[in-house]
Design a protein around this ligand. Structure first.
Ligand SMILES: NC(=O)c1ccc[n+]([C@@H]2O[C@H](COP(=O)([O-])OP(=O)(O)OC[C@H]3O[C@@H](n4cnc5c(N)ncnc54)[C@H](O)[C@@H]3O)[C@@H](O)[C@H]2O)c1
Length: 401
């Protein structure tokens, strides 16, 4: 069987690496540079080793392409393209639309199309299917299914094989064929009654995290005002063996999922006249954390940050990945600069970001730790500035959340 995977990013390339063991895979992406590198056996995703890509290329099981005609003869199409927010924080389905165009124009025989991109309930039925049909000039009646991706980049204990996967087709045949496809490399497949349930479950999973992160971020502020340790309090609460799940405070939420997916759920809720109060407020609380942190840093440093050399340590959105999408570091830096601080950042995992390079971990007046990669030495952070503010709970003996 031949599979086309549209989008070769975190999700698409991860699936490509697993699927190539059992199927012939064509990885379609619009980014020529990325495709060239993949065809040279160079992976850009932490969880996918270059040696794996190289192996599949050599064996003829995998190739990357920007040419839509290369997906004309496949049996299954997987869609894994970005679903971000627009500048006014509304669902942006433009990448999905362009993926539907590629599929509609090039796939003329009947195939199974599975969407893995995260979007609101109804996307498969009311957006993807009609869009592909609209771009298609062939009478082929495709099968459609959804199987939302749950990959957590940088995580080694849960992967494609042992993370349970939800799925649902628009027809019984689509569901059956979807199960057959994933069962080769996923141990636990869970069918739900409709694509809308699968789409909503994915959004709710990330909304659950967003709301609980906001709650703990608010609690960190309460704990500080009460003069007690948020971490000790959370550890104490976590001794309860049921009814409690520990989340830890941070400078905010980042990545492609938690700051974005809940807004997809809120948008569809409001469109249907249902309230999304928690979701909206949680988003605000998380966004406000950067301002709160900068206020605390200023308070500890005589009230003004003007002219101070501030080093932000860690700009990736989470430890041990190079991903900077929606990173909380961006807002922290913005607020520090608006206070007149001279800001540089250190993050050797990210290297280059927004036209700036990682600075040495030394010589600052103030260091603000936003993300602590395992490779960054705690002693070096402590020696980098006379005042260190830690938002991660990983640097001991300094001020922080
Ligand atoms: N990254 C995660 O941890 C994660 C986890 C679960 C679900 N998701 C969801 O999966 C989807 C993909 O996310 P990602 O993290 O892989 O994104 P990504 O940005 O890492 O990769 C997307 C890739 O799609 C390519 N692309 C854009 N438009 C395209 C088009 N029209 N045709 C072909 N390729 C195109 C881009 O060049 C990029 O390489 C999103 O909906 C996201 O919400 C992501």
């Amino acid at each position: 069987m031949k599979i086309a995977i549209i989008g070769q990013g975190y999700v698409g390339l991860t699936i490509s690496a697993f699927a190539s063991e059992f199927y012939e895979v064509v990885g379609f992406d619009t980014n020529q540079n990325l495709v060239d590198n993949l065809n040279r056996g160079i992976s850009h995703i932490e969880g996918v080793q270059s040696s794996i890509i190289e192996k599949w290329i050599k064996s003829g099981r995998y190739k990357a392409t920007t040419n839509g005609r290369d997906i004309a003869d496949v049996d299954i199409v997987i869609v894994a393209v970005p679903t971000p927010l627009t500048s006014n924080r509304q669902p942006d389905l433009s990448f999905l639309q362009s993926a539907c165009k590629t599929v509609g124009e090039n796939v003329t025989r009947e195939v199974l199309i599975i969407n893995e991109s995260t979007s609101f309930p109804g996307t498969l039925r009311s957006y993807i299917k009609p869009m592909i049909e609209n771009f298609s000039s062939s009478p082929a009646e495709h099968l459609y299914a959804i199987s939302p991706e749950r990959v957590d980049p940088g995580r080694s204990d849960f992967n494609q094989k042992n993370t349970p996967r939800l799925y649902a087709g628009l027809s019984k045949e689509a569901s059956e064929r979807t199960r057959e496809f994933y069962s080769k490399f996923c141990d636990n497949l869970i069918e739900v009654s409709s694509p809308e349930v699968a789409e909503a479950a994915k959004l709710f999973e990330n909304t659950f995290r967003q709301v609980n992160i906001a709650l703990v971020n608010e609690f960190a502020q309460i704990a500080h005002s009460l003069g007690i340790s948020v971490y000790e309090t959370l550890d104490a609460a976590n001794t309860k063996p049921y009814g409690f799940m520990k989340f830890t405070p941070s400078a905010g939420v980042g990545g492609h999922c938690i700051p974005v997916d809940p807004t997809y759920l809120a948008a569809v809720a409001e469109e249907h006249g249902a309230p999304a109060t928690f979701i909206r407020r949680a988003n605000e609380v998380n966004l406000e954390m950067s301002e709160y942190i900068v206020r605390r840093v200023a308070e500890d440093n005589g009230g003004s940050l003007k002219g101070k050399n501030i080093l932000v340590v860690g700009v990736a959105y989470k430890p041990n990945v190079a991903d900077v999408r929606e990173t909380a570091a961006e807002l922290v830096i913005e607020h520090l600069r608006s206070q007149g601080a001279v800001v540089s950042w250190h993050d050797d995992v990210v290297g280059n970001w927004k036209g700036e390079s990682s600075s040495p971990l030394q010589g600052a007046d103030i260091a603000v730790v936003v993300t602590k990669h395992d490779s960054v030495d705690e002693e070096k952070i402590l020696a980098s500035a006379p005042y260190v503010f830690d938002t991660t709970g990983k640097v001991k003996g300094v001020n922080g959340l």
